[in-house]
Unconditional design. Structure first.
Lengths: 231, 231
DNA sequence: TGATACATCTCGCTC
DNA sequence: GAGCGAGGTGTATCA
């Protein structure tokens, strides 16, 4: 990993064209040749970058560039596309390299997956008498998050989201269309379950006869802990 | 901007929990207090991070941590949520600070906006006799990218995408449903135009009577340049 | 401020 | 490799 602080201008050409005027920035050159251009603010996203696989070459500045004060020019070319990043360095304030080794990687725990696990374990949250059929019920157009049956044995498809958006309702609608063509399953009802459901999504869901359920993550986790303590 | 290279372990707790085992990494502390943890590979996304607004505090290691070899502990707390990042430094290999100043920001050129401009200027790409009504035609559920009329004067709503996905077809379908309720406009036909249209999106569009048009960005740009030279 | 659509999205999984 | 869905998505725009 090479870290350079420099006054530089940057040009990207590829899926779009982008230009960064002359300013002081941090340049990160990773072991795989990828390059990140960071400013002193914003988010985790660099101002500009080149993803691997790519190669970084330091080329001599042209006479014009030399006249403008360019002391070095980096050309970062993507290996599989025409994407190219050009960094013109006007002044190098810091330049150091470090051997980081291979990273053991991130251990993640709990996202939609955990919500799904919790809801599957406490499926009666959706209504008394509900029973779980299975999670990740595969269909031709993708997996339904949870399939279950209501107290009367009717099939219910559940789409689960952390934030209930209009897209989620569309997704569930597509599943329901498909599932209701299957005579073994039909009629299949739909439940849109999320920690938070946007008003527009709620309106669309109700318009399509889909029930909305707001999930309380903490309460579900509490039930889970209570259950764990009991047994 | 502070740049630290250190052997460290990292724990994130917030919307999910994540843990990074002890390894050598680059730590970036930006002027707004945000922190990025980068390894020597991957993409532009850090292994872990804290977005602004947040505050970084260096706290004394606990006796347990001291025993494990922790020399410093950073606690980065998000200002508006319970998100917290904890970095335990075991060995600092580099530590430097730099004044970068405010970045003038990125100048972008050419995305969906440019496609829309080009297509609007050369609306006959969609068919002989087509005429432009207007771009960004506002409706209650959002703007239709392009509204135009075909050779017979029938209204045509155009949804434009760089990559034509199933979502885009759904979006256009919603617009068409709404527009066709307006007696001044109905019947309104739909055109789904994109540089690349996914097979599933194409199937769905055809199933709904929506015409698909693949756009050649370079050709459109070429027509534009030719036009510019003529006048 | 909230909602919506876009992104050089990235990432991980399945087929 | 293509398709699909999730993301601690982030970011800009517009009501």
């Amino acid at each position: 990993m090479r870290v350079v602080i420099a006054r530089c201008s940057v040009d990207y050409e590829g899926r779009l064209q982008a230009h960064l005027p002359l300013a002081t920035r941090l340049l990160m050159v990773k072991a795989d040749g990828s390059v990140l251009v960071h400013s002193d603010g914003g988010s985790y996203k660099p101002l500009n970058w080149m993803s691997p696989p790519c190669a970084m070459a330091e080329v001599a500045p042209t006479p014009d560039e030399l006249e403008e004060g360019v002391v070095a020019c980096w050309v970062v070319q993507h290996a599989k596309s025409e994407d190219r990043l050009r960094v013109r360095l006007h002044e190098v304030l810091h330049d150091s390299s470090h051997d980081l080794g291979v990273d053991p990687g991130l251990v993640k725990d709990g996202v939609e997956a955990q919500l799904q696990t919790l809801l599957a374990e406490h499926i009666t949250t959706l209504g008394d008498g509900y029973t779980l059929m299975r999670r990740e019920y595969m269909t031709a157009i993708g997996p339904v998050d949870i399939m279950c049956r209501d107290a009367d044995g009717r099939t219910v498809a559940v789409e689960l989201k952390r934030r209930g958006d209009i897209d989620g309702v569309e997704q569930l609608t597509r599943y329901l269309e498909l599932l209701n063509r299957d005579p073994h399953l039909a009629p299949v009802a739909g439940v849109f379950a999320a920690q938070q459901i946007k008003p527009q999504a709620r309106v669309l869901a109700q318009d399509r006869g889909i029930r909305c359920v707001t999930l309380d993550y903490e309460a579900l986790k509490g039930m889970d802990d209570a259950g764990a303590r009991l047994f």
